[in-house]
Structures are given as C-alpha cells and as structure tokens.
Design a binder for this molecule. Structure first.
Ligand code: IPM
Ligand code: MG
Length: 364
C-alpha cells in the first residue's frame, strides 16, 4: 500500500508507454484497467508521459529534470511499457529512463511472478498449472547494475573494461528480508536464495552471511540455497520445487526470462518495481520488441498483468484478481495472440478482456 495515497482519494497513475510495442499494449491495458476501476466507487487519474526514443531523437530528453520528485510527490503508481529502439545507439535513453527510475525512486524489489495460466502454455512435458507457480524477487538497485566502473585505454589492444558488482549490507538485507516477509504473509513455506558465492567470494559471501542471519527470524520457513547455475538447471528440471526465489540484480534478470518461458513466454510475464509504501513502477517483462512493433500483433497480456500488480500495490487486490481471472479465461478460451498459438490481434484480445471485465461481477 502507498502511504502517500492514504489521503489521496483519487489515485494518480502515471503512464509511460515508451517505445515499440509499449505504445500498442499500454493504451489497451489502461482501457481495461479503467473499466475495472469503473465497476467500483474508486477513482484514478491517468497522466501520460511521452518519454522514449521518439522524444529523445527529437529533443534529447530522457528522464526530464524534476521527474523523480514529481513522481514521489504527485503519483501513487507508474504503468510503464518498454524502452528500446534500434535508432538510438546502445539505447542510451533506455538506461536513463528505466534504470534511472528504478534507482532514483529506490525501487529495490523487482517482483516477477511466474504462473502457468494454462497447462498448454509450457514447453515442458507433463506439467500442470500447480507445478509452475513461484515468484522471483530480484534486487533492483545495485549489483552489476550500479553503473560503477570504467574503461581504460579504450580502443587499444591493451584495453581494460571494469564493471563493479556493488553489494551493500543494507541492499542485500532488505531484499532478502522482503522475500521472507512475503513468504510468511502468504504462507508459502519456503524461500530459496541464489548467488555465485563459490566464485564471487567477496560480494556474494555477503549474501551468504545475510541470508544465514535473516532466516533465523523466520524459523517456520524452509530456507534453501542454490548457486545460480544450478538454479537455472533445476528450474527446467523441476519447477514445482520453488515458491519464492531471491537473488541479485543480474541473476534475477537472467533467471526471470528463463522462468517466463516456462510459463508461456515473455508476452505474458509481468513485473513490479516496488518500494513498499511508496510510488512504484509496473511493466511487462517483454521489452519494446522492434521486430513486431506496429503490426498489431503484440500480446497485451503482459501489460494487463502488470496493471493487475499495480492494483495490488494500490491495495485494490480485488481488481488485480479480476484482471488475472480475465487473462486466465482468455487463455482457456483460446482468445490469444500468435505468440501463444492463437490468431487474434492485440486489439481483439484486448476487446475480449475488456468485455470479460465489464461483464464479470467483482468478488466481494
Ligand atoms: C529487464 C530488462 C532490463 C534489465 C534492460 C532493458 C536494461 O532486461 O527489465 O529485465 O536488464 O533490467
Ligand atoms: Mg531482462
């Protein structure tokens, strides 16, 4: 729940569609979210921001000055599409906007829930919905994403490039604690921490020590550890053993793409960049997908499930559940885009979801 929102009766939601298919799926997700909100007495204002490649190429804007303060004081949540465009060298704008917001808003939890909505969607053999249901909590503000490092003798055969892996006591502790608290509040029974402390003997040895400490506060929760290479192998061999996974920034990035594929692919995976009690950012995992942008075939489900997570953050869990139910029903009714084996367009899937949301009674 957002503390600043407690006094704000009309929630304020910032919308940043960004680039590529973000521009196609986010307006659909907003339309569906608005229909869900309209079923209740609740109110939300949506404010659009045009940050992305187009704007960057036009006037050089990435994350404008004052944006972070504005989000902190005037907004409860951000719905984000994707940033990335082949016209921008190394996607400089993307790092500024997305990684900038994650770091500057101190969104230290990157929550990536993985749920098999229908058994037909997994590439694994003989797996049911119950076998693939877990969440990855990725540390989201430090590690190899800290941007600390440099290049020495650039372009020279002797060139040296250094990228530092920053692990702070506070940063490691708060994400591990978040994972245990989450497992406790939902009675999930277990937490797995993954690192590479056998090779990264300074940075990840800290993860080991902090994990050993925090687990003592949660004696009822089974605490387990796997090195990251073993974890990815085990995710493929038997995903049913996992409920809550917590790991560092880069490993979480990689493991969450693999995990998304187990549950139907990047088209349906949502994520939340969260600081509990503060303005937080929700986005589909898929990225801007320039190869299919503008064709009307992008899957809107990732964005819809991200807005369901946004609802949970606003303490509107009933609306989050309604949106998740709608997606589950659409998948079962085979009302899907081609990445899920269907034939529907972005607009057709969205229309179907909108109708489901409009017609279905809200659980009380
Ligand atoms: C993600 C993306 C980003 C990341 C990129 C776009 C910088 O892959 O959200 O998983 O690495 O965090
Ligand atoms: Mg990624």
């Amino acid at each position: 729940m957002n503390t600043s929102a407690e006094w704000r009766t009309t929630k304020r939601i910032a919308v940043i569609p960004g680039d590529g298919i973000g521009l196609e799926v986010i307006p659909e997700a907003v339309r569906i979210l608005q229909a869900a909100i309209a079923k209740t007495e609740r109110k939300a204002d949506f404010v659009n921001f045009d940050w992305g490649a187009e704007r960057f190429l036009r006037d050089g804007t990435t994350l404008p000055a004052g944006a972070v303060e504005m989000f902190r004081s005037d907004f409860d949540a951000i719905l984000f599409g994707a940033v990335g465009d082949p016209r921008v060298p190394s996607n400089r704008h993307a790092a500024d906007i997305l990684l900038g917001l994650r770091a500057k808003l101190d969104l230290y939890v990157n929550a990536r829930p993985v749920e098999l909505l229908d058994a037909s969607l997994t590439p694994l053999r003989d797996r049911s919905e119950d076998d693939i249901r877990f969440v990855i909590f990725r540390e989201n503000t430090e590690g190899l994403y800290s941007g600390l490092g440099g290049q020495f003798r650039r372009g020279d055969p002797q060139e040296i490039a250094i990228q530092e892996d920053v692990n702070t006591r506070r940063g490691v502790e708060r994400i591990i604690r978040y994972a245990f608290a989450y497992a406790r509040s939902r009675q999930l029974g277990k937490v797995l921490m993954s690192d590479k402390s056998n090779a990264l003997t300074f940075g990840h040895e800290l993860w080991q020590r902090v994990f050993a400490e925090v687990r003592r506060e949660y004696p009822e929760i089974e605490a387990r550890h796997l090195y990251i290479d073993t974890l990815v192998a085990e995710l493929v061999r038997d995903p049913s053993q996992f409920r809550v996974i917590v790991t560092c920034n880069l490993f979480g990035d990689i493991a969450s793409d693999l995990a998304a594929q187990l549950a139907g692919g990047l088209g349906i995976a949502p994520s939340g960049n969260i600081h509990p009690g503060k303005v937080s950012l929700f986005e589909p995992v898929h990225g801007s997908a320039p190869n299919i942008a503008g064709k009307g075939i992008a899957n809107p489900v990732g964005a819809v499930l991200a807005s369901a997570m946004l609802c949970d953050h606003l303490d509107w869990g009933d609306l989050g559940d309604l949106l998740r139910d709608a997606v589950r029903a659409a998948v079962r009714a085979r009302q899907t885009t081609r990445d899920l084996g269907g034939t529907r367009s972005t607009r057709e899937v969205s229309d179907w979801l909108l109708e489901y949301v409009t017609k279905t009674r809200l659980a009380t």
